[in-house]
Design a protein around this ligand. Structure first.
Ligand SMILES: [Zn+2]
Length: 425
């Protein structure tokens, strides 16, 4: 799959002791995890530098642009907002702020007269969260009067919405929902609040190899390239969380697979290679991506998370999260029969890994989307620390993991079979 370069062969034949040049896999993972990427925190210059590097690798591989993009970078905005209530009067009396919370994307929120705003209700017989969810696409300014039987739930929501809220940017519609606990009938109301809004410009990196006979059937290979950035506390003088395993290793797999398939052209289905951003802060990159693709077109998604360490099963092995949720794992295992590589079900079911990475967004939409990993997550001392560095990785083993993928997924890439779908939520 990966050709031995002539220079390497030559060195081998001469029995020379000269150090071997780094493999492409070693070069890519080392570049992504280098200090000058500053831990690749979403929205920082370090992450942009990583995105530019990945895009250049996609260009060198010969991938095409995804969808209607004119670049490998898929930009989107993340909005952070925090509402501060300045004043509240109910029935002409100053009122306690514990009776109110506001969900808004407008810079200011002002209610002078209750008659002038539209009202909604969460009544005593309503299921609070179900009713709340029906407001999620509501636009404009509303007051939502909440029956006091819901006071305990109201308090939980208030605590949540007092914090900074992060959401995918959609500045085309403005909304301000003022939730009030209606302890006594509310006749008059004055509310003044301000909203601090911060916008972050982020980018996924996406490239595509069109399928020969089934171009409308998508297979996604993905990983997140963002990590947790520069830490406030130095450890032995180091503040950069390089994220070599998490998830420069998985991103390296995506790039290496793009190069492999661009060379072999063995794909009958269309292959989409995605490096997601903002996984570490809530999976926003994959959420945005999922909005740009019809999930019914996606045959499967194989996401890579932390493949740089030896799995608990030993060398030449990996595990798949949510193994029994579709038959993707069984299909991969079947294709690996007779080969020197083993795929296992996730050995850490209590860690909830299936829902802790970017596969989960598309999985919720019915796509058999799973994460492949080797992480000894229960005992990895470097996880989310400044010591997640390239020198802790087993690049030889990581290479065997990456090289096993085209074998394992061959029948699906060739369009001969497809994994069972998940129930969509
Ligand atoms: Zn990760």
């Amino acid at each position: 799959m990966y050709k031995i370069s002539f220079s390497l062969l030559f060195v081998g034949l001469l029995g020379c002791t000269q150090a071997q040049p780094p493999s492409d896999i070693e070069r890519i993972v080392t570049t992504l995890a280098a200090d000058d990427m500053e831990g690749r925190e979403a929205g920082t210059p370090g992450a942009k530098k990583a995105a530019d590097f990945i895009a250049e690798e996609f260009r060198k591989a010969g991938l095409s642009y995804f969808d209607n993009l004119s670049t490998f970078q898929q930009p989107f905005q993340l909005i952070e907002n925090k509402v501060t209530i300045e004043a509240l009067q109910i029935n002409d009396q100053p009122s306690q702020y514990k009776e109110i919370f506001i969900v808004a994307n407008t810079p200011t929120i002002k209610v002078d007269r209750l008659e002038a705003v539209r009202t909604l209700r969460i009544s005593a017989q309503d299921n609070f969260s179900q009713r709340f969810n029906t407001f999620k696409d509501t636009t404009g300014q509303w007051v939502v009067l909440v029956d006091p039987v819901h006071h305990a739930t109201f308090k939980k929501y208030r605590t949540f919405f007092q914090r900074t809220q992060t959401s995918l940017g959609d500045s085309s519609t403005s909304r301000a929902l003022v939730f009030l606990l209606e302890k006594a009938p509310i006749k008059t109301l004055q509310v003044t609040a301000t909203n601090t809004l911060k916008k972050r410009n982020l980018q996924n990196v996406v490239g595509l190899l069109e399928g020969k006979s089934k171009p409308k059937d998508f297979i996604i290979f993905s990983a997140h390239y963002d990590h947790i950035g520069i830490q406030s506390q130095a450890v032995n003088g180091d503040r950069i969380a390089n994220g070599a395993d998490d998830d420069a290793s998985g991103t390296t797999a995506v790039i290496a697979l793009a190069k492999h398939y661009a060379q072999t052209k063995e794909n009958e289905c269309t292959l989409v290679f995605v490096a997601f951003t903002a996984e570490e802060i809530g999976g926003y990159g994959s959420q945005y991506f999922a909005q740009q693709v019809n999930p019914e077109k996606v045959i499967t998604m194989l996401n890579f998370e932390m493949i740089g360490k030896l799995a608990t099963f030993g060398q030449k092995s990996a595990f798949l999260t949510g193994f029994s949720m579709s038959n993707l794992g069984e299909l991969l295992q079947k294709n690996l029969e007779g080969h020197d590589f083993q795929l296992h079900p996730d050995p850490y079911p209590n860690q909830n890994l299936f829902y802790r990475s970017d596969n989960a967004t598309l999985a919720r939409l019915g796509v058999p989307a799973h994460t492949l990993s080797t992480a000894p997550i229960d005992e990895d001392p470097y996880y989310h620390t400044v010591d997640d560095e390239v020198n802790t990785l087993d690049i030889t083993n990581m290479t065997t993991v990456i090289e096993a993928i085209p074998i394992a997924i061959k029948s699906i890439v060739k369009g001969q079979e497809a994994p069972t779908r998940l129930p969509s939520e």
